[in-house]
Write a protein that binds this ligand. Structure first.
Ligand code: SF4
Length: 260
């Protein structure tokens, strides 16, 4: 993978996800501990919206610090994982999370005692505590947004007030800046939004679903293939769709005893 090995004791590891919350968490940590306290790391899956690179560049200007990009040496992007592994997602998580994110993160061999900075927002206290418990003894967690009661909406406002445009997917109505598309998404609204804004990706996934015999959308707990999805389905659904990548998958894998 494309990253440096070797660690200096006492470093803080600041994760940048490409979204608004982790950016603000890192900004707060930089303000408190300074730029020399540790690296800023972005795990590049090769499948984020191209505007993510612009956002990362803008963040580097805001932080005054370069962001390290790390990535898998095994697969170039999510499509390569899904097609190569012939797997999208299952009860134990998504193949892309495991290979493109978790394995890359583990490859950095960060010492358990090193503080790691995560962008859980004030609304996500329960999820953050679950994460902390599951990584007790392995990861020293720091949650600056929870400690300082910064909400997701606050993060959007802080980024915007800094003169930085949010990554394009937020402006198209997505709740996050995950890969496009994200196989963790089960909602009709999400996939119809993908169909509207990224029809090539929608059609490619519709074909892959049939090839693999797996439907991503769940309506009343029943799988619906994308090529059968009503284009109006989910139009009146305005509940946020929390799509968690990495952490939830990781916990599920651990709970289910998956060796990876
Ligand atoms: S954001 Fe979605 S598509 Fe990307 S690695 Fe995570 S689960 Fe896979």
């Amino acid at each position: 993978m494309g990253e440096k090995q070797g660690h200096t004791p006492g470093l803080r590891y600041r994760w940048i996800s490409g979204g608004a919350a982790s950016a603000v968490a890192v900004k707060l940590d930089l303000a408190q501990y300074g730029p020399d306290a540790g690296p800023l790391i972005y795990i590049d899956t090769g499948s984020e919206h191209p505007d993510t690179e612009r956002f990362l560049d803008d963040l580097e200007g805001w932080f005054g610090v370069a962001i390290q990009r790390v990535f898998s040496a095994r697969y170039a992007d999510t499509w390569a994982v899904w097609e190569g592994e012939r797997f999208l997602r299952g009860p134990m998580g998504a193949a892309c999370t495991k290979i493109l994110k978790r394995h890359v993160r583990e490859g950095l061999k960060i010492p358990a005692s090193a503080p790691q900075i995560w962008g859980y927002t004030a609304e996500e206290g329960k999820r953050a505590e679950t994460f902390r418990k599951h990584h007790f003894g392995e990861v020293t967690c720091v949650f600056p947004l929870i400690d300082q009661q910064v909400s997701k909406a606050d993060c959007y406002a802080l980024i915007t007030r800094a003169g930085i445009k949010l990554p394009a997917p937020y402006l198209l109505g997505f709740d996050n800046n995950n890969c496009l598309p994200c196989v963790k998404a089960e909602g009709a609204r999400y996939w119809n939004r993908i169909r509207r804004h990224f029809p090539d990706l929608f059609n490619r996934m519709a074909g892959l679903e049939r090839d693999l015999g797996y439907a991503l959308v769940r309506i009343n707990k029943v799988g619906v293939f994308l090529d059968e999805l009503d284009p109006e389905a989910g139009a009146d659904d305005d509940t946020p769709e929390p799509i968690s990548c990495g952490i939830t998958c990781f916990i599920a894998e651990q709970n289910m005893g998956e060796a990876a």
